[in-house]
Design a protein. Sequence first.
Length: 738
Amino acid sequence: MAPEVARRCEFLAGLYVTLGYRQAKRFVLSPDTVYQLFCRESGMRLEYVELMLSRDADDLSTVLASSDGELLRTRLPKLTRFVVLDDDGAEPGALHRMLGLDFRIVRYDGFVDTIVNLDTHLAELTSPGDPAEPQTAVAAAALTIDPRTGESTMEQSSDAAKLLARLACGSANVLVTGRPGSGKSTLLRALATNPEVRRFRFYFDLGLKPKDEPFSEYAARLLAPAMTSDRSRSYDLFLYLIRSGTALCVLDAVDEGVDEPSSAGFLRLFTDLAAVLSAESAVVMSSRVSFLADSPQVRQLLDSGAGRSEQLVEQMYANGLDPSRVPHFHVVRLADPDATPLEKRLTKALNLPTGKPLADILSAHITRTFTECGQPDLEQHLPATLGHAFLTDRTVFSLLDLHRQLGADAFKRGRLHLDACVLAPLLRPAGPEHVAFVHTAYQELLAARFLTEPANRDLAADLPGGAFLTEQVRAFLAGVSNSPETDDCVLPAGAYLVGPAERLLIRRVERPVRFDRHAVTVARYRRFLDALDPDGTSQWDHPDQPAGVTHRPWTDRLRRPDYYENPRYDAHPAICVSWWSAHAFAAFEDKRLPTSLEWEAAARGTDGRLFPWGDALDGARVNCADTWVGRPVVTYQAWYRDFAGDAVRRAGATPVDERPGNRSPFGVVDMVGNCWEWTSTSLDDPGEAVICGGSYDNPMRAVQSSSKGIYRKRGASNAVGFRCVQDPDTSQTEEMTA
């Protein structure tokens, strides 16, 4: 056989084996023409498929004439007979006279269409009036890895659609990230319907996949209507096409498909998707959050075996991570313009002033929708129903659900139909008699509204398995919360939103806690030093303190040898002290170290803000690497080049009262940057403790209210200090030490 004919024979044979057939016969009639016969058992009978594959109609005619058609005169019940041809000049009439009318003549490129109609599968993607469709090109940056050298390169593009189409023509996987409304889904839908990208294209919205349904069952359910027969084998066919290297698989909203937004949750999802991710075809995914792929299991699943890697991160180069450690995905980050395509579209449709926040735009759309339907009072019920539902990970609703939760007024003239629902402009079909919001951000806004009430945060903290929270819920909450700020440094008891963007949680602080306004200073620690025993220990030592531990600072670690003697450093944080020393000092002042939960709650407030002062980046408020470099330190290479050289020799902790703008909602100052702070929390190893807040040598993006690390309790560093807390019921009556 000619090599191309052999390749096609192999593909067709694998296709029918996937559908449950076995190859019964194969005759090579000429280098360009092959006869194949497949059969399978179906109940009590045998089913046969007969194929004549040829690159040249004239060659096929010559072969058939030479045998006088004897090959085709069998007594087998041929239920399906095909001539698979790759010759535009063939005359079907002449071939039919020679073959008989029971043969179907199809082109090779269209043969799979006789088994599955992918146009049916993609039909909903081409429906007019897509609410998130951008009218202009979206700019993007792509981080790619050379599979031969392992080197990373950054590519800027003014048109993300063209960039994605080019990347999808290769075999590496692609991750598309961007903030809500940036056009990720629109780009992926357009990619899936672009016939120039791949011959076979599949699209799955994982945001609509039930969390307890395996991907194989979900994909089979969506593909079954497109099968001309053998619907039970739809997933097997999909997997065969993906593994053949001839297909494109688009997985939209991967971050919404996890059963929990954590490393373990993504690992479970990627394990379920392993057969797809490791295939030779291209897989394009979208996500708004980090995968936290810093584990061998996730790394192996995401790499497709292409090479070494350590992390797959949403922010790419913007989180201070070494891009050379990104897996062999192409990572495409959509630009953050002044207004996303979603914001532009809604602003124009609602006739709103430009520049409004997304929350205000969505709120205006929700309000107008109910007002125009004559049911403005229904809006106030949405947070407790659909907002609360989001926290329980319910994003798809039956029309009956909406009727039960919102009442009969939610439907016009009593018709239980999407067109009759007052929420119709905000919804999209999600299966028979089921709907979802046209954009997840609507329901995330309702969830944020629900969480503004303290009682509702308590309810969310008690949800079995924890509340389902996304970074966008947190961002909306930070924007809509009206919690008053205080200045007494007391963290009230209550439920608080904590954790990094990919693993947000609501946890309860059971008792109020009074924080030191500032980290413990050199001057305060010097008084403790004066009270130590001659061997450097004290009566306030922790009962588990190892032998040989002294509470005197590690002077050999101090970059300024006179740090604890020179009065110029009195207002600087006490550093180069171990956890055991921090514990003893706290007991010396009749206080204790905060737990990591208390610390983060005090830094973030009730709205879960990124920084103690809010969500806005403000380098003037924090002592971090950006401060010493004099400009934002974005990439790992920039940190290594700009900070690790001259700047690191100049950098260090500064006075604790130098940045009053670095203030939490409760009046606690300088909680992020300057120096990490010890907490009383230990995880798996009792010899280690959690530290919080980041320090002067971290980039700005790494000194957030949620920033945490692990440090050995016996360790001492120029970048680690601490502050103390008191339980108000046992606190002294005098004013707290400043």
